[in-house]
Ligand binder design. Structure first.
Ligand SMILES: C[S@@+](CC[C@H](N)C(=O)[O-])C[C@H]1O[C@@H](n2cnc3c(N)ncnc32)[C@H](O)[C@@H]1O
Length: 290
């Protein structure tokens, strides 16, 4: 399956028209935020940082069933990434919480794909990372995410990329169809075993010599001492140090301890660049075919 027409056809079969599809309400969508009891139910999750389990509405359109780890309430969000209202807030709130740094970081990530025609954006969320690729001149961008709710926000904001529901570790997309794969703030959300599977899946999806670029939170905010961060980055350094501790990301510690060059090599990639873009880190790799 290598011709552009075959690839196009295979993708069309997997695509949903996220812009118009009617998604079911999840429990946070049914709450009335002006009612004090309902409002407290939402606020409590956020402030007390209790990590509950996501409840999926029964008729949620999913191409691939979601594994258990995805059904944790990531980022202290009521029902995680699975409701209309909370994901609407998250889709704009994420960039605000990152103090506007994501725009610059996504631009640097997208710039890695100069000369690429077809790029897959794994864990595209509300589509900002996919749109950054479009703006960098990539002609065909496919965004893949596990959450139908986030895909709907993505499709309603950005017309150019195509959006597909699926799992990074098992995309069910045809092999060898992409010149590049971009993953923006995805890998630190995966348990190590699934991160390894997702990396192998990237290798399968890339053409020989294809490029992989990964943007992740900087490890400094996780392991650095507050005083050193203050000295180097001022109050922003302290803020990102605090953020890394406040937000629920159960697998971030394991990700930051990953020895990246070896991790890449074991999946058939060679490290090209590992750049500090505090509060982010940009890792660029190439599929090895020796
Ligand atoms: C922090 S958000 C980043 C979103 C987007 N890339 C951006 O730059 O705004 C991480 C995204 O990864 C998605 N995700 C997490 N695990 C996934 C998996 N195994 N397969 C596909 N998507 C996943 C989540 O649904 C979420 O939208």
């Amino acid at each position: 399956m290598n011709s552009a027409a075959d690839q196009h056809g295979a993708l069309a079969e997997l695509e949903t028209c996220w812009h118009d599809v009617s998604l079911p309400d999840a429990w946070p969508d049914r709450l009335r935020w002006r009612r004090p009891r309902d409002f407290w139910q939402l606020l409590r999750k956020f402030l007390l940082r209790r990590v509950g389990r996501v409840e999926l509405p029964r008729d949620l359109p999913l191409r691939v069933a979601l594994p258990k780890y995805l059904l944790l309430e990531f980022h202290n969000l009521p029902n995680g990434n699975y409701s209309k209202k909370i994901t609407q807030g998250y889709s704009t709130g994420f960039d605000r919480v990152m103090l506007g740094e994501m725009r610059r970081a996504r631009r640097a990530l997208a710039a890695c794909f100069e000369g690429c025609r077809r790029v897959l954006d794994l864990g595209c969320g509300a589509g900002y990372s996919s749109q950054a690729l479009v703006e960098a001149g990539v002609t065909e961008v496919v965004g893949l995410d596990a959450s139908p709710y986030l895909l709907q926000h993505a499709a309603r904001q950005f017309a150019a990329p195509r959006f597909v529901q699926g799992l990074a570790e098992d995309t069910r997309l045809p092999a060898g169809g992409f010149d590049g794969i971009s993953a923006c703030f995805l890998f630190h959300e995966l348990p190590p075993r699934y991160a390894r599977d997702a990396l192998r899946e990237c290798r399968r999806l890339l053409r020989p010599d294809g490029r992989l670029a990964i943007l992740e939170p900087a490890s400094e905010q996780f392991f650095g001492r507050p005083r050193a961060l203050w000295r180097q980055y001022g109050w922003r350094g302290l803020y990102f140090w605090w953020l890394a501790r406040f937000v629920n990301e159960p697998f971030a510690d394991a990700w930051h301890r990953t020895e990246v060059p070896r991790w890449l090599a074991e999946a058939g990639f060679a490290l090209v660049e590992d750049r500090d873009l505090f509060p982010a880190r940009l890792i660029v790799a190439q599929r090895r075919d020796a």
